[in-house]
Design a protein around this ligand. Structure first.
Ligand SMILES: [Cu+2]
Length: 404
């Protein structure tokens, strides 16, 4: 009897060790050329979180980019929930968008090369999510459920300051809701694919059902500006419906011109494929999307936003724009009328430098960090020099004041 008992204990210990080894195999990180690979397995779970749908101190609304106010590297905790919002994309054109964080494109996430990001996303497409109420109210609502307040406390303590705003993005939407967002429900499976991450897609980018949450880590191994988008089929439809945004990964040693930059902006080009629906709302046009015939090609999600709210600078200043062509399907020939790009870093990597460019050609999901010196006081038009796209909306304005 005692013999059998010992055998069962030994068997149990062997299984326990095997289990540990297996766990280790899944979470073993390794370095190549200073970069980190081998992220832990993604977690997928269900909870009753109904707090702020966007959390992250360095997460902002286009065309803003958060300042990175820390030395060395940082471990970020970022939440971007995915949910439906009715939005305006041009005067009189509204549709029910599938969003990351409530607008199209989604928020700009700013990190530094080498930073680690713990990312959380709940699929709330089956829920009315309100993004215009004060964050304190959202926290109160979900009080006692553990998730959100705990998450935000972690955020504040990670930031090392009690007063850090856990979600500047939500505050910015409340102050400037140019899409006139309204909650809506359209239950749908979704996923998140960060081009800035280097991971196994069948694990981290996996599709989650309405009500589910996914959590995974990635390390920003390469500097540059990277699209993120939903990777759930039809990827064309999910991206065109609004599920895309950018991550800006600043190089750890900076760009050569960092000290000389006066204004820094983020501009994203993308297409909508919409047709008039039965009511007042527009809806997705499958044929147009398949045939690459967009109804609107826009900067920062709205046909006139960069004219209604132009970028600003002064004569003689150096302006940096992180420009991303999020597609989903067309190329962009980005140009600023009256300016020449002093520097262009293709994909935003400081080694990919070009100088004196008039136009930057970007395929779908390509980006560039560009700089130009504002020559004199006046208006400068940002434009996709593929004029058919410009006439569908891919233009914006930079208003330059006098030389200081
Ligand atoms: Cu999706």
């Amino acid at each position: 009897m005692k013999f059998f008992k010992n055998i069962s204990i030994i068997t149990f210990i062997l299984f326990f060790i095997a289990g540990l080894m297996n766990l280790q195999a899944q979470t073993q990180e390794y370095k190549i050329d200073g970069m980190t690979f081998g992220m832990p397995e993604a977690k997928v779970y269900t909870d009753d979180y109904d707090g702020p749908p966007v959390v992250g101190e360095y997460v902002t609304m286009l065309p803003k980019l958060a300042k990175l106010d820390y030395e060395g590297n940082k471990h970020h905790h970022v939440r971007l929930d995915t949910f439906t919002q009715e939005i305006e994309v041009a005067s009189g054109v509204r549709y029910r968008a599938w969003t990351f964080g409530g607008m199209v494109p989604g928020p700009v996430i700013h990190v530094k090369e080498g930073d680690r990001i713990t990312f959380t996303m709940k699929n709330r497409s089956d829920e009315m999510v309100e993004i215009t109420q004060p964050i304190a109210e959202m926290m109160q609502q979900s009080e006692g459920q553990g998730g959100p307040s705990a998450n935000l406390e972690v955020q504040a303590s990670v930031n090392g300051s009690e007063s850090a705003d856990p979600s500047p993005y939500l505050r910015q939407i409340r102050e400037n809701n140019y899409m006139g967002t309204k909650s809506a429900i359209m239950p749908m499976p979704h996923s998140m694919d960060f081009h800035s991450g280097t991971v196994a897609k069948d694990d981290k980018w996996r599709t989650i059902a309405p009500g589910e949450t996914i959590e995974f880590d990635w390390v920003a191994n390469y500097p540059g500006t990277y699209i993120y988008h939903c990777g759930t089929p039809s990827v064309l439809m999910h991206t065109a419906m609004g599920q895309h945004g950018v991550v800006v990964v600043s190089p750890k040693d900076g760009y050569e011109t960092d000290e000389k930059v006066d204004e820094e902006y983020v501009v994203v080009q993308s297409e909508y494929y919409l047709k008039k629906g039965s009511g007042d709302l527009y809806q997705y046009d499958f044929d147009a999307a398949q045939n690459k015939r967009p109804s609107h090609v826009v900067f920062n999600g709205h046909q006139t936003i960069l004219h209604d709210q132009p970028l600003t600078a002064n004569a003689g200043e150096r302006v940096r724009i992180h420009f991303s062509n999020n597609g989903p399907s067309l190329t962009s020939s980005f140009h600023v009328i009256g300016g020449i790009f002093d520097r262009v870093w293709m994909e935003g990597h400081p080694f990919n430098e070009m100088r004196g460019m008039q136009t930057v050609l970007l395929g779908a999901s390509n980006s560039a960090t560009i700089e130009f010196i504002v020559p004199e006081e006046g208006k400068y038009i940002l434009i996709d020099h593929e004029f058919a796209d410009a006439e569908k909306g891919a233009t914006g304005t930079l208003v330059a004041g006098p030389k200081k």
